[in-house]
Design a protein around this ligand. Structure first.
Ligand code: BGC
Length: 255
């Protein structure tokens, strides 16, 4: 059974929905991605329309399965939490919703988990033994735990309660912007505390930092004083879409 080497990945985030066809040999986008701002009213039907618009923008990928990330807990294609999207997502069968909207098979998985799938195959976690914790710093904080190359799905370390706060409301990239903090102050006052708690609970061998802000890693990672090696994601913010595309193709029955 041969695997086709292309897939289509869509990354649903709190601020934007992005998609592109993916070369699964290299883990790179085959074309410039299309990004559409996440509508204010982010209920399932509205987002399914946006995803369909993005998919139809890439007719060359018509035959490929579609991988879709979701910013919440997703088990067996069903959404269990949606901290930064409309609450009507909770309980939605996302696999059925999107496969009906697109007329083709889909795989839906948590956004940080998808990023970890990509970083494990192509990026900063490639070939790493032991446990790797990937955190995505965006609107919220996503987490993914990979043990000897295998994903433990749906960890939610962005919602640890630290100093009486839901951690992502203080330490996410969204919180940095909301509170108008410099990268240094954000690192020293928010990320430092967050990663120290996380490393004391998980004791990972490596922490990988993803999300759009990983592009600016040199502005905040050097300010962190933690025991665990911590590196930026290699795929930066393409990791979610790339990992989703890979997961979808691996899932497809006839490959
Ligand atoms: C959600 C996670 C998600 C993260 C990043 C959190 O609020 O609970 O499931 O991975 O945001 O989008």
């Amino acid at each position: 059974m041969s695997q086709p080497n292309t897939g289509l990945g869509i990354d649903i985030g709190g601020s934007g929905i992005k998609g592109a066809p993916v070369d699964l040999d290299s883990g790179e986008f085959l074309r410039e991605r299309l990004k559409i701002a996440t509508p204010e009213h982010s209920d399932p039907q509205t987002l399914a329309h946006v995803v369909a618009r993005i998919v139809s923008h890439f007719p060359e990928a018509a035959g490929t399965p579609v991988g879709i990330t979701f910013p919440g807990v997703v088990r067996e294609g069903r959404v269990d939490t949606a901290a930064n999207l409309h609450e009507s997502w909770v309980g939605t069968d996302a696999t059925t919703l999107f496969s009906r909207a697109l007329g083709r098979p889909v795989r839906v998985l948590n956004d940080a988990d998808a990023a970890a799938v990509a970083e494990t195959r192509y990026g900063a976690a490639q070939g790493v033994r032991g446990s790797v914790l990937l955190t995505t710093l965006g609107t919220g904080i996503g987490s993914a735990l990979v043990v000897d190359g295998r994903l433990v799905p749906n960890t939610e370390f962005g919602h640890l309660e630290i100093d009486g706060y839901d951690a992502e409301t203080r330490a996410s990239s969204g919180a940095r912007k909301r509170d108008d903090l410099s990268y240094r102050v954000w690192a020293v006052e928010r990320l430092q505390r967050y990663y120290r708690v996380v490393e004391d609970l998980v004791w990972p061998d490596l922490i990988v930092v993803g999300g759009g802000v990983s592009r600016k890693a040199d502005k905040f990672l050097p300010h962190l004083d933690i025991r665990t090696p911590i590196v930026p994601a290699k795929l930066l913010n393409t990791a979610g879409a790339v990992g989703a595309a890979l997961a979808a193709v691996q899932d497809a029955p006839e490959h």
